[in-house]
Structure formats: C-alpha cells, structure tokens
Write a protein of this length. Structure first.
Length: 439
C-alpha cells in the first residue's frame, strides 16, 4: 500500500513541475519513475511514449495512466493520471473562482497579465508551427512544400471570422470561415477515403486486413468500460441543472479526441467547439481561461476543459459549487477520453501500424493543426481590445506590442536558450511598465 502511495505522490510531483508542455514531461517522468524509482523498464516506457505521440489527448496523463496500470492495475490506471493532472487543475479552479468575483481593480491586473500571456502563447504557437515545418523540411523539400500548402489552405478556410473582427472596415468584403470541427472531420474523411478501394488506381488499398487479437479486444473493453463509468459518475450530478453538463462532457470527449500536436494546439480545438458554439464567450475564454492555464503547470487540455466547465457551471447554477461541479466533469472528461483512446491504440498498436488511414492521419495532422493555430493567434490579437482602457494604448498599438514581445520571446529562447518562464516574466514586467507610464 505504501508503494502505491509513493508512486501516486511521484505523479503529483511531476504534475507540480509540469511546465513547458506535454513533450517536455517525457524525460521528467522517465527520470522520476524509470531512473530513480526503477518500477518499470525503459522498453515499456518507450512504447508508451510512441503510442502517446500518435494518439490525441493529454500526453502526460496518458503516460501516467499506462505506467499506473502496469504498476497497480485498474486502480493505478485511474488514480495515476488524476494525480498527474490535479495540481495544475486545482490551482486553475482557485484562480477562476477569484476571477468570478473579482473587483474591477483586480480584473485590470488580470487584463494586463492576459496581454503578456497572450504574447507568450503566440510565441509558443509560432514556435510549434516552425517546428512542424522544420520536421517536414528534414524529410524532403516536397514534404515541406505540401506542408506549407496544407497549413496555408487550412488557415485561409478558418480565419475569416477573426480577420473580419481584426481588420473591420479595412476589408472590402465580409469573409466567411469554416469551423475547426468541419476542417478536422474533412481531414479524417479524406484520409479514410484515400486509403481505401475508392481511391482511383489503388488496387491494394482496399485489401488491407487488420486482425485484432481477442486478448487485446478484452483489454480494450475492460479499460473503456471503466473510463465510461467514471465519466458517467461525474456527469450525472450535473443533471440537476439541466443537460448542459452532459453536453460539456460530450464535447469534452470529442475535443480531446481531436487534440493532436500538443497542448497548445488544443486551444484552437476548444475554441471551435465551445466558443464558436456560444457555450462560452470569447472574452471569458481568451481573457480568463487561456491566461490562467498558461501560467500554471500541468496539461493544458485538462486545465482548459476544467475552466470551460467552471464558467459554464457558474453561469448555469450561479454558485461556486455549480462551477466546481462542472469543472470536475470537464477535468474527468479530458482524462477519460485521453486515457481511454490511448489504451485502444496501445493494445492494437502492432495491428494498426500498417493501416493506411492511420498512417495518413498521423502524417498530416500536425500541419493541419499548425494551420488552425494561425486562427488562434488572430483570436489572441483580437482580445487586445480589452486592454485599451487599462494600458492607454490604441488597439493597433497593443497588437503591435504583442507581436514584438512574441518575436522577442522566440528570439531569446532559440538564440540564447532562455527558459520560457523567463520570457513570460519579462513580458509581464514590460506590460506593467507600459501601463504605469501611460497612467
């Protein structure tokens, strides 16, 4: 019993220091669990990392769940990712509660921090896009060219709404935009269709056979049943406020299953499912949730869904208790969907690795997500309007300042090896200095 407790405390420890995104935690988890505690093998962990990187969802909690299942069975499978995600999520909920009741002066401070954090997030997103293109360029020049075309095409299809808001009357016409959900569904459909017998001239694609071992199917059924039951337990209590909690859980699962490419990429998924559908306002999402989740450790996916749930619950029930209840539903939906789908791929990995549609989705999802992130950058720029009164700068000046800070962040990290936390702190200092000088 003591061994399980120590193992879970190790997961919570990693969750407390989990800055820098999911991939940054891969060596941290390995050092804590494989090297120091020696409770699993490097070979097992390497397979976990491979599967976690080709499946959607929150990578750290997926790794924690797999390690926990091997160490302590079903109890470890459930408790380990929860302990990994709890530190950052609890901190986020506390800040969301403060923001829900904050006086105007405190909101002004948060607004200033939001501008600094938005610039920092823009840097993270641009850095991700650069890394995607760099990886494609290492493979071949043709791969890079196609990746640029995909990214640009996706951005053009989804950016209309935010460009209309950003440029206003400067645009001669009103631009139309497709939702993130439509883009991702179209991409998945294209991958499936072009990998089957319907593809012209492809005589072999329709003859791919996948054999699923009975033992793997049993393991998948067992894991899935557990996660579905846990999600139901946390969702059912929200029915006292209507069906909004069920909708939150459903969209939470869908958004997690569409979340490829790291935590920062999830921002655009959540925007498409919760902001575009008016379940939560852009001001709340980009003015409160995004700044908070980016200054705390842990999975962005888990914290974001908890934040979306908190504000939906607070608006629905009108109390902190209803907000926390919905936040728990959002948090559990992120873990249940991430870990549930992880184990589907984990137990079928050897069979699915040769399936054409899976290979194609895995090959092109990162450039697609990178294109969608361009629209998130526009959304973050639009949120600069909220800082006009606080900073004393015009909207164009705030956007320019955010661009300069993001570029400086990128330069300092890539050129001089600064830690991302250092650039975020510098951004905050700069914004407060500008606001002070403008008073």
């Amino acid at each position: 019993m003591r061994g399980i407790f120590d193992f879970l405390m190790s997961m919570a420890k990693v969750g407390c220091i989990g800055f820098g995104g999911g991939s940054a935690l891969i060596p941290v988890i390995e050092d804590e669990i494989i090297q120091k505690r020696e409770i699993d093998t490097k070979a097992n962990y390497d397979k976990d990392v491979i599967v976690a990187n080709i499946t959607p969802g929150a990578l750290p909690v997926e790794l924690a769940s797999s390690l926990g299942r091997r160490y302590a069975g079903n109890a470890g499978m459930v408790l380990s990712p929860v302990m990994m995600g709890l530190p950052g999520t609890i901190g986020a909920i506390l800040l969301f509660t403060v923001l829900a009741f904050a006086q105007e002066e405190f909101l002004d401070i948060i607004e200033l921090i939001s501008i600094a954090v938005s610039a920092f997030v823009i840097y993270l997103l641009v850095d991700y896009m650069i890394r995607v293109l760099t990886d494609c360029g290492k493979e071949s020049r043709d791969r890079l060219r196609k990746a640029v075309i995909v990214m640009t095409g996706v951005f053009v299809l989804v950016c209309g709404k935010n460009l209309n808001k950003l440029l206003g009357s400067l645009l001669p016409v009103t631009l139309h935009s497709f939702s993130t959900l439509h883009i991702l569904l179209a991409a998945f459909a294209y991958a499936i269709v072009t990998s089957t017998k319907f593809r012209p001239g492809n005589k072999q694609a329709g003859h791919e056979k996948i054999r699923f071992p009975k033992q793997a199917m049993h393991q998948i059924g067992s894991c899935s049943a557990i996660w579905i039951a846990i999600l139901a337990v946390f969702t059912v209590p929200t029915l006292i406020y209507g069906w909004s909690g069920v909708l939150l859980a459903g969209k939470g699962v869908v958004s997690a299953l569409m979340s490829f490419g790291g935590g920062d990429a999830y921002l655009t998924i959540a925007d498409g499912l919760f902001v575009e559908s008016n379940m939560i306002s852009p001001d709340t999402y980009y003015g409160k949730i995004v700044p908070v989740v980016n200054i705390l450790p842990g999975s962005i996916l888990c914290k974001t869904l908890a934040g979306v749930g908190y504000f939906i619950g607070f608006e629905t029930g009108g109390t902190v208790q209803s907000g926390v209840l919905y936040a728990a539903t959002g948090f559990i939906s992120s873990i249940a969907s991430s870990c549930g789908f992880f184990f589907v791929i984990y137990y079928l990995y050897d069979s699915l690795s040769s399936f054409g549609a899976v290979r194609k989705i895995g090959r092109w999802i990162r450039p697609i997500i990178a294109g969608l992130l361009g629209n998130v950058i526009l959304s973050l720029c639009n949120q600069g309007r909220n800082g006009v009164e606080v900073t004393g700068l015009p909207f164009a000046g705030i956007v320019a300042a955010m661009a300069v800070m993001a570029a400086a962040d990128l330069f300092m990290v890539r050129k001089f090896g600064w830690k991302p936390a250092m650039t975020l702190f510098l951004n905050i200092c700069i914004v407060f200095l500008v606001a002070f000088c403008g008073m």
